[in-house]
Design a protein around this ligand. Structure first.
Ligand code: ZN
Length: 163
């Protein structure tokens, strides 16, 4: 993981923080071209009641609308948390390239269980079980604690200590 890639992941974490502060769940993602240019970004927007408003899903649809198949195949989606099955499927269907995530779904589910949060309505399959042709990298230890702290805040009534 070089500094440029870490920079994209730090932007994902900043977007996740922005989502949390807006009352959404702390997830953020950035779509980057083969040559390293960030083309689009988004954050979680489920607070309005539409549980499909995940950033990775939005970026997959943005890529389908705005990039050629070759450009999509060469692109990387950086994200604060591993794609859920819905987003992994969208990523696979539109033929996007690599995924780099900070925390895995397994890590997140482990923390949520530890904190007594009820299970999500969708099984937390890893990307590889949904879109087996996609190259996936993560977790990224340098940023894991920062992302964990954002999720801790979401499920702890706004306590800021990340404990
Ligand atoms: Zn998702």
């Amino acid at each position: 993981m070089d500094d440029r890639e870490l920079g994209h992941l730090r932007r994902c974490v900043a977007l996740a923080r922005e989502a949390l502060e807006a009352g959404d769940e702390p997830f953020g993602s950035v779509l980057v071209t083969r040559d390293g240019t960030a083309l689009a970004e988004d954050r979680n927007r489920v607070a309005g009641g539409d549980g499909t408003r995940h950033p990775e899903f939005e970026l997959a649809r943005w890529a389908a609308a705005n990039m050629t198949a070759a450009e999509r195949a060469g692109a990387t989606v950086y994200t604060s948390g591993e794609h859920c099955p819905m987003c992994a499927a969208a990523h696979g269907w539109v033929g996007l390239g690599r995924i780099v995530y900070v925390v895995s779904s397994a890590q997140l589910v482990g923390w949520l269980e530890e904190w007594g949060v009820p299970a999500a309505p969708v099984r937390p399959l890893p990307v590889g079980q949904v879109a087996p042709g996609v190259v996936v990298e993560g977790p990224v230890p340098e940023l894991v604690e920062e992302v964990r702290a954002l999720h801790r805040r979401l499920h702890d009534g706004g306590r800021a200590d990340g404990a």
